[in-house]
Design a protein around this ligand. Sequence first.
Ligand SMILES: *[C@@H]1O[C@H](CO)[C@@H](O)[C@H](O)[C@H]1NC(C)=O
Ligand SMILES: *[C@@H]1O[C@H](CO)[C@@H](O)[C@H](O)[C@H]1NC(C)=O
Ligand SMILES: *[C@@H]1O[C@H](CO)[C@@H](O)[C@H](O)[C@H]1NC(C)=O
Ligand SMILES: *[C@@H]1O[C@H](CO)[C@@H](O)[C@H](O)[C@H]1NC(C)=O
Length: 274
Amino acid sequence: MIFKTAFFSLASLALVVNAVPAIVPRAEPGLISADCIDVFLRGSWLVGSCLTGEGTTRVQSSVYLSSKITNREGTISWKIAGGYGASCKDCKIINGSSLNCQCYVTGRASTRNTTLNLDEHIHNYRGHLLTDQFGTPVVPPTSTVPVPTDFSWTLSMGASNCFSDRPDYDISFCRSTTNNTTQPCNSYNDVESYDAPVQCFAWRMPISTPIWMEFEKMRANAPSKAIEFLVYDNMDCNGEPFDSVKPGEYGTCKLFPQAARGVRTKMLWNADSS
Ligand SMILES: *[C@@H]1O[C@H](CO)[C@@H](O)[C@H](O)[C@H]1NC(C)=O
Ligand SMILES: *[C@@H]1O[C@H](CO)[C@@H](O)[C@H](O)[C@H]1NC(C)=O
Ligand SMILES: *[C@@H]1O[C@H](CO)[C@@H](O)[C@H](O)[C@H]1NC(C)=O
Ligand SMILES: *[C@@H]1O[C@H](CO)[C@@H](O)[C@H](O)[C@H]1NC(C)=O
């Protein structure tokens, strides 16, 4: 989309002022080691300042690595929803673009020294570090929000009620018929994360039968003031969100026009949080 716009505007520019050579944004992805400076890890995020392809202009962007890499018996490798962060420590970037960690092996107290070349699946797309694990990425619009130093966030829900997608489950023990919107956002309903984005959070009751909670109220907090929490009417966060909690609304127990069943984090800085 963005690409097309750039192409058309450059094309029409070239028609009008033929003498000026058009600066064509780089279409091909570039290597981290060749295009980026100040490359480092912050939590499980890879951060770098990469050339946009227009002169010396750079964009600072970030990629969440833990959802893209796994630890298998002390060796890290590419895997969607991998979660290496939970079983590796002392991770750092070496040799410009390789992730080096000390990772645990099942049943052993010791770790193994393991390295993965990030150039294999993360590239610079016109200033944005993005993964190609899901196919050629769409280059997002450039944000001016800096990559935060603290990625943590918390949510508390209120005006909640249970539901089930299975007609054979008896939910009368938890189902309220009053839809009580005076119920506050309680801290015992907290969901918190140290640094992870979520594609879709659905709130399951802590019982063996899979029964879920919907909520008409939510309070959000994030020290970065740079996460928007999108709310959906379904547990898979399909379709368009019907509402959201923006940084300016943090700390308040926001009442939605309808019950929410799924929440997705939208990072407001340049972030590949897939
Ligand atoms: C460091 O990077 C260079 C160039 O990409 C590569 O040839 C070399 O094997 C790498 N060294 C290690 C230890 O990964
Ligand atoms: C792990 O291996 C890397 C690359 O081979 C090396 O640079 C680093 O010093 C090693 N780290 C430890 C703790 O042995
Ligand atoms: C309570 O909310 C559910 C949907 O969340 C709706 O189907 C139901 O009609 C509501 N009940 C009342 C009494 O408003
Ligand atoms: C609604 O929730 C409030 C606060 O939790 C509670 O005091 C009140 O009794 C509830 N009302 C109904 C009708 O359940």
